[in-house]
Every structure is written in structure tokens, then in C-alpha cells.
Design a protein around this ligand. Sequence first.
Ligand SMILES: Cc1cc2nc3c(=O)[nH]c(=O)nc-3n(C[C@H](O)[C@H](O)[C@H](O)COP(=O)(O)OP(=O)(O)OC[C@H]3O[C@@H](n4cnc5c(N)ncnc54)[C@H](O)[C@@H]3O)c2cc1C
Ligand code: FES
Length: 254
Amino acid sequence: MKYDVMLCKIISKRQLTADVFDLTVEAGELAKAAHPGQFAHIYVPGKTLRRPISICGIDRAAQTLRFVFQIRGEGTAWLADVRPGDALDILAPLGNGYSLGNTRQKAVFVGGGIGMPPLLEAAKAFGENAMILAGFRNEESIILKEDFEKNGNRVLIATDDGSFGHHGLVTDLLDNLDFDVIFACGSTPMLKSVCNAAAARGVPCQISLEERMACGIGACLGCACRLKKDGREFYGHVCKDGPVFDYETVMWEG
Ligand SMILES: Cc1cc2nc3c(=O)[nH]c(=O)nc-3n(C[C@H](O)[C@H](O)[C@H](O)COP(=O)(O)OP(=O)(O)OC[C@H]3O[C@@H](n4cnc5c(N)ncnc54)[C@H](O)[C@@H]3O)c2cc1C
Ligand code: FES
């Protein structure tokens, strides 16, 4: 894992919804090394622990990274207050991202809410071969639809309240689709449902997990998760072995 820490100048900031923000930073070598599905650990002044935020966009030519995040607590509230010209202390790129494989295959990307940003850069590689299934609470909370469409991806939306697209679960949209591979990021119930669909269809599936993190580099055991491979069960780290895992290696708790 090749990562570094760098002070990155913010070059743009946009507010996407009432509580979701979009930052692009100058990231030099960090942008060159980044891979879709990896994350950054961002320092928040006065906090001991950095905040993990997925890499949403990578522009290697411009050497920039993009992050889209939701305000959840003090750290993300501070992040929402930064301005273009300010610098962020970023440790990146961290973890294992999505293995894209054959991008001519029919891929389906399934995400829910703030689970959409980590999928954007991976879906870019698949262009029109990617179908995006995106679930949100309501029309007001839809994010990144135009960005996926700019990738050439086809986008289907589901909302909990039926205010836009399919009224119901985003995973309902898998039912009538034909695909070769699944990539997913979102809540645990959504991911479990995606994994069941992958098992039923016999297609490969990679899921991105979220866990509270401290060091972010596999040194503190703060993000332990139960995994299995070749019939053997063991504990791994979401930060180092993931956050993206082959669905068959994940052992769900409970
Ligand atoms: C690999 C990974 C990628 C992520 N990518 C994104 C993203 O792209 N966009 C986004 O909006 N959010 C993302 N998150 C969630 C984000 O890290 C938390 O919302 C954020 O850390 C909350 O910090 P806070 O100070 O605002 O909240 P507080 O609740 O005050 O945080 C207290 C502590 O708990 C940790 N924490 C709280 N919620 C989470 C959480 N859901 N996951 C992990 N740690 C948490 C914080 O890092 C901090 O150490 C990601 C989490 C992980 C693990
Ligand atoms: S956060 Fe320290 S081992 Fe993963």
C-alpha cells in the first residue's frame, strides 16, 4: 500500500443537498496513486482521530481528488465549513479499492445515499456498460446523478417515499436486470440484500464496508472484521484489507 500525507489546497467547494458537500483538492502524488474505492483519512483540528472519507473522483492529469461527504458530527461539520484556498491535511490513498476486471462486462453498481460517492470513479471505467442503481430517502437527497450520466452510465433511481423514480428499495431494481458483475456501497441491510442477489445469480460481487477507524493503516486493530477464505475464518481490517471486499469473504455479524 503506497500512501502519503500531504497538505492539499481546496480548489472548489459545492453544496449538493442540505447536508452533503463536494470538495476538490490539489493532491499531487496522492492523486496519481489513487484507485477507485480507496479512501482518504482527513485531519480535523482538535480531534485525535482523522475522518475517513472515500475518494469520489480522481483526475490524474490535473492531480486532483474529489470528496463528497455528509455532515454527521463535529468532524464533518468542520469539513463543511472549509473554503477554497484553505488546506486539508490528508493521508491517502488508503485501503484496497474495487478490482475493475473486464470493463466490457455488463456491470451493475448499487448504492444508497452517501454510499454513492465511492462508486463514481469505478463506474467511469465501465462507461455505457454500467447500470447505476441509486437509492435515496427522497428527491431532495439525490446526489451525483448527472455525474454518473456524464460517465456514460445509465442511472435508475429509487426513493423511500416515491418522490422520484422507483418507490421502494434500490435492490428491487436488480430483479429484471441482466449483468455479469456487481459493485456496491451502502447500508448493511442493503449490502446483505445485494450479496443475496449475487449468490442467487452466481455473479461476482464486491462490496465496500464502513467501520469506525483510528489509524486507517492496519496498525491499531480499531476496525477489525470477520472474514473467511478457503474455508478458514480470521479477523482482518476494514482499513487495510478493505474497505472493498469480495462478498464471499465477508462474515456478517448477527
Ligand atoms: C472507508 C470509509 C469511507 C467513508 N467514506 C465516506 C464518504 O465518502 N462520505 C461520507 O460522508 N462519509 C464517509 N464515511 C463515513 C465518515 O467517515 C463519517 O461520517 C465521519 O467519520 C463522521 O465523523 P464526524 O466527526 O462528523 O462524526 P462523529 O460521530 O462526531 O465522529 C466520532 C468518531 O466516530 C467516527 N465515525 C462516525 N461515524 C462513522 C462512520 N459512519 N464510519 C466510520 N467512522 C465513523 C469518526 O471518524 C470519529 O472518529 C466513510 C467511512 C469509512 C470507514
Ligand atoms: S483503523 Fe487502525 S487497524 Fe484499521
